[in-house]
Design a protein. Structure first.
Length: 86
């Protein structure tokens, strides 16, 4: 992103649309910089580290939606790719 990095975007999101933070997943290939390490220390945000598998993407999305639903008081979101129980 030319004008804003991922942590900067997340901080703006937190200020302007805090309700969306609980449904945000960070995807990064940068695990060595002090800035990203400080960001992950400060924020317990779901993350995917490149390279990533589709199974990890599905699992992380399902876990994030489930946690966001529980925080909002909704019923659990079924795992991605599975049908809800009757």
């Amino acid at each position: 992103m030319p004008e804003l990095d991922g942590p900067g975007f997340y901080r703006v999101l937190e200020q302007q649309y805090p309700h969306l933070c609980q449904r945000t997943i960070v995807l990064t290939g940068d695990t060595l910089s002090p800035e990203i390490h400080a960001f992950f220390t400060e924020y317990d945000v779901p993350r995917l580290i490149k390279p990533v598998t589709m199974a990890a993407v599905r699992r992380t999305i399902a876990q994030t939606l489930r946690a966001a639903g529980q925080a909002a008081g909704h019923r659990q979101t079924p795992d991605v790719g599975t049908a809800p129980s009757p």
